[in-house]
Design a protein around this ligand. Structure first.
Ligand code: SF4
Length: 277
């Protein structure tokens, strides 16, 4: 896809502008695929399996094409804004980026998110056998058709929890790093946009934390014998939630295009219940 095709696609009114900037990238579970330009673009690529294979030349050609188009568009925007990209001091930027990176890594909440991701890996390493045994157990229950048991329901619940935990495990850290760097850049560069954007990323991290909390809560129901290790994870996540709320007090109020605008519309149209006497 070239620059002009991309611009034409971006003007399509069916897409919600910027919706993909503050989502969790879980397209398989997203209700907005038909309104997301990013999804439309990725679908275009998925249709050609060669571009999904890192060992295939087509993958690298595609990546090159994306970089090329992105750079052309960046240059065009810079020209419109009167910015000469060649005049930018690379060394100064690298110095600043290093400084931002160091500050980001030293935030309590980024450290905690990193440590949570590692705890999850450790938990799965220690409990791999447990999950496999439970899967076999459920299969036996299902085959035996024991009255009063719903192994299929429990199996689906566990599968969902595992998927949720794994999906957000590293994303929480990544989103928090992005949020932290946005806040820091806002201060260093005195720009208004970065802190706004940072709140959006922090909100996505908060949502990931809350969904992970719910998933671990259900895991506790399913694996009560793992109470101690699961409670450790729950406590870690709860603390992280508080830390993020404290560091980004405006994150929850951030309106994510599509997700929050659609929710507020639903709320407005929700029917009122008459009060009972
Ligand atoms: S908005 Fe939805 S469809 Fe688009 S990238 Fe995010 S998760 Fe995927």
């Amino acid at each position: 896809m070239d620059k002009e095709q991309l611009k034409k696609l971006a003007k399509d009114p069916k897409f919600i502008s910027g919706i993909y900037n503050y989502c969790d990238r879980w397209c398989e579970r997203c209700a907005f695929t038909s309104k997301c330009m990013n999804y439309a673009l990725s679908e275009d690529e998925v249709n050609d399996p060669r571009t999904q294979d890192i060992t295939n030349k087509a993958f690298w050609d595609k990546l090159h094409e994306i970089f090329q188009v992105t750079f052309e568009m960046l240059k065009e925007s810079a020209d419109e804004m009167g910015i000469d990209l060649n005049a930018i001091d690379d060394k100064e930027i690298q110095k600043q980026e290093k400084k931002v990176h160091e500050i980001v890594e030293n935030q309590l909440y980024t450290k905690a998110a990193f440590s949570y991701a590692k705890m999850v890996d450790d938990w799965f390493k220690s409990n791999n056998d447990l999950i496999e045994t439970r899967a076999e157990e459920m299969l036996s229950f299902a085959q035996a058709q024991i009255p009063g048991t719903r192994p299929d329901k429990d199996a689906l619940k566990i599968q969902d929890c595992l998927e949720v935990v794994r999906w957000y495990q590293h994303q929480i850290y990544v989103k928090l790093c992005r949020a932290a760097s946005g806040m820091i850049r806002g201060e260093l560069e005195n720009n208004e946009y970065s802190p706004q954007d940072a709140n959006g990323s922090a909100k996505v991290a908060l949502i990931g934390i809350e969904r992970s909390l719910a998933a671990w809560g259900e895991m506790l129901n399913q694996f009560p014998e793992q109470e101690n290790s699961i409670l450790d994870l729950l406590v870690k996540l709860k603390r992280l939630l508080r830390q993020v709320e404290t560091a980004f007090p405006n994150a929850r109020a951030f309106i994510r295009p599509g997700f929050d605008t659609a929710v507020s519309k639903r709320k407005m149209t929700r029917p009122r219940h008459r009060k009972t006497k």
